[in-house]
Design a protein around this ligand. Structure first.
Ligand SMILES: NC(=O)C1=CN([C@@H]2O[C@H](COP(=O)(O)OP(=O)(O)OC[C@H]3O[C@@H](n4cnc5c(N)ncnc54)[C@H](O)[C@@H]3O)[C@@H](O)[C@H]2O)C=CC1
Ligand SMILES: CC(C)CCC[C@@H](C)[C@H]1CC[C@H]2C3=C(CC[C@]12C)[C@@]1(C)CCC(=O)C[C@@H]1CC3
Length: 345
Protein backbone atom coordinates (compact mmCIF):
# COMPACT_ATOMS: atom_id res chain seq x y z
CA UNK A 1 0.00 0.00 0.00
CA UNK A 2 1.34 3.46 -0.85
CA UNK A 3 0.76 6.19 1.71
CA UNK A 4 0.23 9.61 0.20
CA UNK A 5 1.96 12.45 2.02
CA UNK A 6 -0.59 15.19 2.73
CA UNK A 7 0.83 18.34 1.16
CA UNK A 8 1.76 21.05 3.61
CA UNK A 9 -0.68 23.99 3.79
CA UNK A 10 2.23 26.32 3.34
CA UNK A 11 3.60 24.85 0.12
CA UNK A 12 2.34 26.47 -3.01
CA UNK A 13 3.12 26.85 -6.69
CA UNK A 14 2.83 30.02 -8.76
CA UNK A 15 2.37 29.41 -12.50
CA UNK A 16 3.53 32.59 -14.22
CA UNK A 17 5.62 33.45 -11.14
CA UNK A 18 8.33 35.15 -13.22
CA UNK A 19 5.86 37.81 -14.41
CA UNK A 20 4.90 41.20 -12.97
CA UNK A 21 2.02 40.09 -10.74
CA UNK A 22 3.50 36.61 -10.21
CA UNK A 23 6.74 37.93 -8.71
CA UNK A 24 4.95 40.32 -6.35
CA UNK A 25 2.76 37.39 -5.28
CA UNK A 26 5.80 35.16 -4.71
CA UNK A 27 7.49 37.84 -2.57
CA UNK A 28 4.40 38.26 -0.36
CA UNK A 29 3.93 34.49 -0.03
CA UNK A 30 7.53 34.14 1.17
CA UNK A 31 6.93 36.96 3.72
CA UNK A 32 3.95 35.01 4.98
CA UNK A 33 6.00 31.84 5.52
CA UNK A 34 5.01 29.87 2.41
CA UNK A 35 7.54 27.88 0.46
CA UNK A 36 7.07 28.53 -3.22
CA UNK A 37 7.64 26.72 -6.52
CA UNK A 38 7.55 28.94 -9.57
CA UNK A 39 6.55 27.47 -12.93
CA UNK A 40 7.18 29.67 -15.95
CA UNK A 41 8.63 29.60 -19.47
CA UNK A 42 11.37 31.95 -18.25
CA UNK A 43 13.27 32.73 -15.03
CA UNK A 44 13.42 36.49 -14.42
CA UNK A 45 14.98 36.59 -10.92
CA UNK A 46 16.40 34.46 -8.09
CA UNK A 47 15.17 34.43 -4.51
CA UNK A 48 16.09 32.22 -1.56
CA UNK A 49 13.22 29.83 -0.79
CA UNK A 50 11.93 29.76 -4.37
CA UNK A 51 12.36 26.68 -6.57
CA UNK A 52 12.09 27.48 -10.27
CA UNK A 53 10.64 24.97 -12.74
CA UNK A 54 11.02 26.07 -16.33
CA UNK A 55 8.54 24.86 -18.94
CA UNK A 56 5.40 25.50 -20.91
CA UNK A 57 2.18 25.09 -18.93
CA UNK A 58 0.71 23.19 -21.89
CA UNK A 59 3.10 20.35 -20.99
CA UNK A 60 1.62 18.35 -18.12
CA UNK A 61 4.78 16.31 -17.56
CA UNK A 62 6.73 19.55 -17.08
CA UNK A 63 4.08 20.94 -14.71
CA UNK A 64 3.76 17.93 -12.38
CA UNK A 65 7.15 18.24 -10.61
CA UNK A 66 6.32 21.87 -9.71
CA UNK A 67 3.11 20.66 -8.03
CA UNK A 68 4.70 17.86 -6.00
CA UNK A 69 3.58 18.08 -2.33
CA UNK A 70 1.84 21.36 -3.08
CA UNK A 71 -1.65 22.04 -1.68
CA UNK A 72 -2.26 25.42 -3.34
CA UNK A 73 -1.66 26.59 -6.92
CA UNK A 74 -1.92 30.15 -8.23
CA UNK A 75 -2.33 30.36 -12.01
CA UNK A 76 -1.33 33.82 -13.20
CA UNK A 77 0.34 33.01 -16.54
CA UNK A 78 -0.93 34.44 -19.82
CA UNK A 79 0.50 35.73 -23.08
CA UNK A 80 0.73 39.55 -23.02
CA UNK A 81 -2.59 41.23 -24.00
CA UNK A 82 -0.73 43.28 -26.63
CA UNK A 83 -0.04 40.13 -28.66
CA UNK A 84 -2.24 39.56 -31.66
CA UNK A 85 -1.56 35.83 -31.92
CA UNK A 86 -4.93 34.10 -31.65
CA UNK A 87 -3.35 30.61 -31.77
CA UNK A 88 -1.05 31.44 -28.86
CA UNK A 89 -3.91 32.77 -26.69
CA UNK A 90 -6.06 29.70 -27.43
CA UNK A 91 -3.20 27.30 -26.76
CA UNK A 92 -2.01 28.88 -23.50
CA UNK A 93 -5.17 30.32 -21.96
CA UNK A 94 -7.64 27.60 -22.97
CA UNK A 95 -5.84 24.32 -23.70
CA UNK A 96 -3.09 25.15 -21.20
CA UNK A 97 -5.59 25.91 -18.45
CA UNK A 98 -7.28 22.52 -19.06
CA UNK A 99 -3.86 20.94 -18.57
CA UNK A 100 -3.22 22.95 -15.40
CA UNK A 101 -6.53 21.65 -13.98
CA UNK A 102 -5.71 18.04 -14.92
CA UNK A 103 -2.25 18.37 -13.38
CA UNK A 104 -3.77 19.80 -10.15
CA UNK A 105 -6.13 16.82 -9.90
CA UNK A 106 -3.34 14.30 -10.61
CA UNK A 107 -0.96 15.93 -8.15
CA UNK A 108 -3.59 16.06 -5.38
CA UNK A 109 -3.61 19.87 -5.23
CA UNK A 110 -6.52 21.07 -3.06
CA UNK A 111 -6.91 24.69 -4.14
CA UNK A 112 -6.50 26.51 -7.44
CA UNK A 113 -6.64 30.32 -7.56
CA UNK A 114 -6.89 31.80 -11.06
CA UNK A 115 -5.94 35.33 -12.02
CA UNK A 116 -8.77 36.20 -14.35
CA UNK A 117 -9.62 39.78 -15.38
CA UNK A 118 -12.51 42.19 -14.88
CA UNK A 119 -12.28 42.61 -18.66
CA UNK A 120 -14.16 39.32 -19.17
CA UNK A 121 -17.37 41.38 -19.14
CA UNK A 122 -16.01 44.35 -21.15
CA UNK A 123 -17.29 44.77 -24.72
CA UNK A 124 -15.95 48.26 -25.39
CA UNK A 125 -18.97 50.07 -23.93
CA UNK A 126 -19.46 51.72 -20.53
CA UNK A 127 -19.47 49.62 -17.35
CA UNK A 128 -20.29 51.58 -14.20
CA UNK A 129 -19.93 49.90 -10.83
CA UNK A 130 -20.14 46.48 -12.54
CA UNK A 131 -20.82 43.50 -10.30
CA UNK A 132 -19.68 39.92 -10.81
CA UNK A 133 -23.13 38.87 -12.08
CA UNK A 134 -22.73 40.85 -15.33
CA UNK A 135 -22.76 38.38 -18.25
CA UNK A 136 -19.50 37.51 -19.97
CA UNK A 137 -18.79 39.69 -23.02
CA UNK A 138 -20.74 38.28 -25.99
CA UNK A 139 -18.52 40.12 -28.43
CA UNK A 140 -15.11 40.16 -26.70
CA UNK A 141 -13.00 43.02 -27.93
CA UNK A 142 -9.82 40.96 -28.60
CA UNK A 143 -8.38 37.43 -28.45
CA UNK A 144 -6.97 38.09 -24.99
CA UNK A 145 -10.44 38.82 -23.56
CA UNK A 146 -12.05 35.98 -25.54
CA UNK A 147 -9.66 33.41 -24.12
CA UNK A 148 -9.67 34.88 -20.56
CA UNK A 149 -13.45 34.25 -20.57
CA UNK A 150 -13.01 30.58 -21.53
CA UNK A 151 -10.18 30.21 -19.04
CA UNK A 152 -12.28 31.56 -16.17
CA UNK A 153 -15.22 29.29 -17.07
CA UNK A 154 -12.94 26.23 -17.12
CA UNK A 155 -11.44 26.98 -13.72
CA UNK A 156 -14.73 27.81 -12.00
CA UNK A 157 -16.44 24.72 -13.47
CA UNK A 158 -13.57 22.57 -12.18
CA UNK A 159 -14.50 23.36 -8.58
CA UNK A 160 -15.48 19.96 -7.22
CA UNK A 161 -15.64 19.23 -3.50
CA UNK A 162 -16.02 15.47 -4.14
CA UNK A 163 -12.85 15.34 -6.25
CA UNK A 164 -11.12 17.50 -3.66
CA UNK A 165 -10.20 20.47 -5.92
CA UNK A 166 -11.57 23.87 -4.88
CA UNK A 167 -11.26 26.82 -7.24
CA UNK A 168 -11.82 30.58 -7.23
CA UNK A 169 -11.09 33.37 -9.75
CA UNK A 170 -9.76 36.82 -8.98
CA UNK A 171 -10.71 39.54 -11.48
CA UNK A 172 -8.30 42.49 -11.12
CA UNK A 173 -8.47 45.57 -13.30
CA UNK A 174 -5.66 47.76 -14.66
CA UNK A 175 -2.84 46.47 -12.45
CA UNK A 176 0.01 48.94 -11.96
CA UNK A 177 3.09 49.14 -9.77
CA UNK A 178 6.87 48.68 -9.75
CA UNK A 179 8.22 46.38 -12.48
CA UNK A 180 5.00 46.48 -14.55
CA UNK A 181 6.15 45.85 -18.13
CA UNK A 182 2.97 47.22 -19.63
CA UNK A 183 1.07 50.27 -18.42
CA UNK A 184 3.83 52.75 -17.49
CA UNK A 185 6.35 51.65 -20.17
CA UNK A 186 3.72 51.85 -22.96
CA UNK A 187 2.52 55.22 -21.68
CA UNK A 188 6.05 56.65 -21.49
CA UNK A 189 6.96 55.27 -24.90
CA UNK A 190 3.89 57.02 -26.35
CA UNK A 191 4.81 60.27 -24.53
CA UNK A 192 8.40 60.14 -25.81
CA UNK A 193 7.07 59.79 -29.34
CA UNK A 194 4.83 62.83 -28.87
CA UNK A 195 1.63 60.76 -28.89
CA UNK A 196 0.36 61.66 -25.41
CA UNK A 197 -0.72 65.22 -26.15
CA UNK A 198 -4.29 64.10 -26.76
CA UNK A 199 -7.24 63.11 -24.59
CA UNK A 200 -9.53 60.61 -26.29
CA UNK A 201 -13.11 61.80 -25.79
CA UNK A 202 -14.18 64.42 -23.24
CA UNK A 203 -11.82 63.06 -20.57
CA UNK A 204 -14.51 62.44 -17.95
CA UNK A 205 -14.61 58.63 -18.19
CA UNK A 206 -14.02 56.89 -14.88
CA UNK A 207 -12.07 53.62 -14.55
CA UNK A 208 -10.38 51.36 -12.00
CA UNK A 209 -6.63 51.01 -11.66
CA UNK A 210 -5.37 48.59 -9.03
CA UNK A 211 -2.03 48.74 -7.25
CA UNK A 212 -0.27 45.39 -7.57
CA UNK A 213 -0.02 44.80 -3.79
CA UNK A 214 -3.80 45.04 -3.50
CA UNK A 215 -4.17 42.41 -6.21
CA UNK A 216 -1.72 40.17 -4.34
CA UNK A 217 -3.65 40.75 -1.10
CA UNK A 218 -6.91 39.67 -2.81
CA UNK A 219 -5.28 36.47 -4.13
CA UNK A 220 -3.91 35.46 -0.74
CA UNK A 221 -7.18 36.18 1.07
CA UNK A 222 -9.03 34.05 -1.50
CA UNK A 223 -6.53 31.20 -1.15
CA UNK A 224 -6.70 31.22 2.62
CA UNK A 225 -10.54 31.42 2.70
CA UNK A 226 -11.02 28.68 0.11
CA UNK A 227 -12.44 25.74 2.09
CA UNK A 228 -15.13 23.15 1.22
CA UNK A 229 -17.69 24.98 3.39
CA UNK A 230 -16.87 28.54 2.26
CA UNK A 231 -19.17 30.56 -0.03
CA UNK A 232 -16.28 31.51 -2.32
CA UNK A 233 -15.89 28.07 -4.01
CA UNK A 234 -16.31 28.32 -7.79
CA UNK A 235 -16.92 32.09 -7.78
CA UNK A 236 -15.23 35.11 -9.39
CA UNK A 237 -14.22 38.18 -7.33
CA UNK A 238 -13.48 41.73 -8.48
CA UNK A 239 -10.37 43.11 -6.85
CA UNK A 240 -9.77 46.82 -7.41
CA UNK A 241 -8.40 49.77 -5.50
CA UNK A 242 -12.03 50.69 -4.79
CA UNK A 243 -11.17 54.26 -5.83
CA UNK A 244 -12.50 54.75 -9.39
CA UNK A 245 -10.68 57.64 -11.03
CA UNK A 246 -10.89 59.57 -14.30
CA UNK A 247 -8.75 57.62 -16.80
CA UNK A 248 -7.04 60.81 -18.01
CA UNK A 249 -6.35 62.09 -14.45
CA UNK A 250 -4.57 58.81 -13.68
CA UNK A 251 -2.54 59.00 -16.92
CA UNK A 252 -1.69 62.65 -16.23
CA UNK A 253 -0.56 61.91 -12.64
CA UNK A 254 1.81 59.21 -13.88
CA UNK A 255 3.11 61.31 -16.79
CA UNK A 256 3.61 64.47 -14.71
CA UNK A 257 5.20 62.39 -11.91
CA UNK A 258 7.78 61.23 -14.47
CA UNK A 259 8.38 64.72 -15.82
CA UNK A 260 6.21 64.64 -18.98
CA UNK A 261 3.43 67.03 -19.91
CA UNK A 262 -0.16 65.95 -19.24
CA UNK A 263 -2.37 65.37 -22.31
CA UNK A 264 -4.37 68.54 -23.16
CA UNK A 265 -6.07 68.48 -26.55
CA UNK A 266 -9.31 66.57 -27.07
CA UNK A 267 -9.98 64.22 -29.99
CA UNK A 268 -13.42 62.68 -30.67
CA UNK A 269 -13.64 59.09 -29.41
CA UNK A 270 -15.38 57.73 -32.54
CA UNK A 271 -12.69 59.20 -34.80
CA UNK A 272 -9.78 57.70 -32.82
CA UNK A 273 -11.54 54.35 -32.46
CA UNK A 274 -12.21 54.25 -36.22
CA UNK A 275 -8.57 55.07 -36.99
CA UNK A 276 -7.37 52.42 -34.53
CA UNK A 277 -9.57 49.80 -36.23
CA UNK A 278 -8.23 50.83 -39.61
CA UNK A 279 -4.61 50.60 -38.44
CA UNK A 280 -5.28 47.22 -36.84
CA UNK A 281 -6.72 45.91 -40.13
CA UNK A 282 -3.81 47.35 -42.08
CA UNK A 283 -1.30 45.72 -39.74
CA UNK A 284 -3.14 42.39 -40.21
CA UNK A 285 -3.17 42.63 -44.02
CA UNK A 286 0.45 43.77 -44.28
CA UNK A 287 1.73 41.26 -41.72
CA UNK A 288 3.36 38.97 -44.35
CA UNK A 289 5.30 41.98 -45.74
CA UNK A 290 6.01 44.35 -42.82
CA UNK A 291 5.48 44.11 -39.11
CA UNK A 292 4.31 47.18 -37.21
CA UNK A 293 2.52 47.47 -33.86
CA UNK A 294 0.22 50.49 -33.54
CA UNK A 295 0.29 52.22 -30.10
CA UNK A 296 -3.41 53.02 -30.28
CA UNK A 297 -5.06 49.59 -30.65
CA UNK A 298 -8.88 49.34 -30.65
CA UNK A 299 -8.69 47.75 -27.17
CA UNK A 300 -6.53 50.56 -25.72
CA UNK A 301 -8.72 53.26 -27.30
CA UNK A 302 -11.86 51.59 -25.91
CA UNK A 303 -10.25 51.39 -22.46
CA UNK A 304 -9.12 55.02 -22.69
CA UNK A 305 -12.47 56.42 -23.81
CA UNK A 306 -15.17 54.55 -21.84
CA UNK A 307 -16.21 54.13 -18.22
CA UNK A 308 -15.15 50.79 -16.75
CA UNK A 309 -15.17 50.49 -13.02
CA UNK A 310 -16.25 47.59 -10.90
CA UNK A 311 -17.92 46.98 -7.58
CA UNK A 312 -15.81 44.92 -5.15
CA UNK A 313 -18.43 44.54 -2.40
CA UNK A 314 -18.48 40.74 -2.87
CA UNK A 315 -14.74 40.56 -2.12
CA UNK A 316 -15.22 42.76 0.94
CA UNK A 317 -18.06 40.57 2.22
CA UNK A 318 -16.71 37.09 1.46
CA UNK A 319 -12.93 37.62 1.57
CA UNK A 320 -12.68 40.44 4.09
CA UNK A 321 -10.90 42.39 1.33
CA UNK A 322 -9.89 46.01 1.78
CA UNK A 323 -7.17 47.66 -0.33
CA UNK A 324 -3.89 47.92 1.58
CA UNK A 325 -2.34 50.70 -0.54
CA UNK A 326 -4.27 53.82 -1.63
CA UNK A 327 -4.27 54.99 -5.24
CA UNK A 328 -2.25 58.11 -4.32
CA UNK A 329 0.47 56.08 -2.54
CA UNK A 330 0.40 53.46 -5.29
CA UNK A 331 1.04 56.09 -7.95
CA UNK A 332 3.83 57.70 -5.89
CA UNK A 333 5.56 54.33 -5.34
CA UNK A 334 5.16 53.42 -9.01
CA UNK A 335 6.57 56.70 -10.30
CA UNK A 336 9.53 56.43 -7.92
CA UNK A 337 10.31 52.93 -9.13
CA UNK A 338 10.92 53.97 -12.75
CA UNK A 339 13.90 56.41 -12.59
CA UNK A 340 15.04 55.18 -16.03
CA UNK A 341 11.73 56.24 -17.59
CA UNK A 342 11.87 59.84 -16.34
CA UNK A 343 11.91 62.65 -18.89
CA UNK A 344 15.54 63.20 -19.90
CA UNK A 345 16.86 59.97 -18.34
N1 LIG B 1 -1.63 43.55 -16.01
C1 LIG B 1 -2.93 43.81 -15.87
O1 LIG B 1 -3.37 44.97 -15.87
C2 LIG B 1 -3.88 42.68 -15.68
C3 LIG B 1 -3.46 41.35 -15.72
N2 LIG B 1 -4.36 40.33 -15.51
C4 LIG B 1 -3.92 38.94 -15.50
O2 LIG B 1 -2.90 38.80 -14.53
C5 LIG B 1 -2.01 37.75 -14.88
C6 LIG B 1 -0.59 38.22 -14.75
O3 LIG B 1 -0.39 39.29 -15.65
P1 LIG B 1 0.96 40.14 -15.65
O4 LIG B 1 1.76 39.82 -14.45
O5 LIG B 1 0.56 41.52 -15.96
O6 LIG B 1 1.66 39.53 -16.96
P2 LIG B 1 3.18 39.14 -17.22
O7 LIG B 1 3.33 39.02 -18.70
O8 LIG B 1 4.12 40.02 -16.50
O9 LIG B 1 3.27 37.68 -16.58
C7 LIG B 1 2.77 36.54 -17.20
C8 LIG B 1 3.77 35.40 -17.00
O10 LIG B 1 3.23 34.22 -17.62
C9 LIG B 1 4.31 33.52 -18.21
N3 LIG B 1 3.82 32.65 -19.26
C10 LIG B 1 3.24 33.04 -20.43
N4 LIG B 1 2.97 31.96 -21.17
C11 LIG B 1 3.36 30.87 -20.46
C12 LIG B 1 3.35 29.47 -20.71
N5 LIG B 1 2.89 28.96 -21.85
N6 LIG B 1 3.83 28.62 -19.76
C13 LIG B 1 4.32 29.14 -18.60
N7 LIG B 1 4.38 30.46 -18.32
C14 LIG B 1 3.90 31.30 -19.25
C15 LIG B 1 5.22 34.64 -18.76
O11 LIG B 1 6.52 34.16 -19.00
C16 LIG B 1 5.13 35.66 -17.65
O12 LIG B 1 6.18 35.50 -16.71
C17 LIG B 1 -2.44 37.30 -16.29
O13 LIG B 1 -3.23 36.15 -16.20
C18 LIG B 1 -3.28 38.46 -16.79
O14 LIG B 1 -4.26 38.00 -17.70
C19 LIG B 1 -5.67 40.60 -15.22
C20 LIG B 1 -6.12 41.89 -15.16
C21 LIG B 1 -5.27 43.02 -15.41
C1 LIG C 1 -1.69 54.72 -25.42
C2 LIG C 1 -2.67 55.16 -24.37
C3 LIG C 1 -4.02 55.47 -24.97
C4 LIG C 1 -2.87 54.20 -23.26
C5 LIG C 1 -1.60 53.82 -22.49
C6 LIG C 1 -1.91 52.99 -21.28
C7 LIG C 1 -2.37 51.57 -21.63
C8 LIG C 1 -1.17 50.79 -22.12
C9 LIG C 1 -3.04 50.93 -20.41
C10 LIG C 1 -4.28 51.72 -19.96
C11 LIG C 1 -5.28 50.70 -19.43
C12 LIG C 1 -4.50 49.42 -19.33
C13 LIG C 1 -5.19 48.12 -19.20
C14 LIG C 1 -4.57 46.94 -19.64
C15 LIG C 1 -3.25 46.99 -20.35
C16 LIG C 1 -2.56 48.36 -20.34
C17 LIG C 1 -3.57 49.48 -20.55
C18 LIG C 1 -4.30 49.30 -21.87
C19 LIG C 1 -5.28 45.60 -19.59
C20 LIG C 1 -5.81 45.32 -21.00
C21 LIG C 1 -4.32 44.47 -19.19
C22 LIG C 1 -5.00 43.14 -19.14
C23 LIG C 1 -6.37 43.13 -18.57
O1 LIG C 1 -6.83 42.08 -18.18
C24 LIG C 1 -7.18 44.34 -18.56
C25 LIG C 1 -6.37 45.61 -18.51
C26 LIG C 1 -7.26 46.83 -18.61
C27 LIG C 1 -6.48 48.11 -18.47
Amino acid sequence: MTTRVRPSNKRCAVIGGSGFLGRHLVEKLLDRGYSVSVFDIRQSYELPGVAFHLGDLCDKQALLPAMKDVSLVFHCASPAPASDDRGLFERVNIQGTRIVIQACIEAGVQKLVLTSSASVVFEGTDIKNGREDLPYAKKPIDYYTETKIEQEKLVLEACDKEKGLLTVAIRPHGIFGPRDPQLVPILVDAARRGKMKFIIGDGTNVVDFTFVENVVHGHILAAERLRPDSPICGKPYHITNDEPVKFWDFMSDVLVGLGYAAPRYHLPYALVYGLALLLWLLALILRPLVSFKPTFTPMRVALAGTHHYYNCERAKQDLGYKPVVSLKDGIARTVQSYPHLRQGA
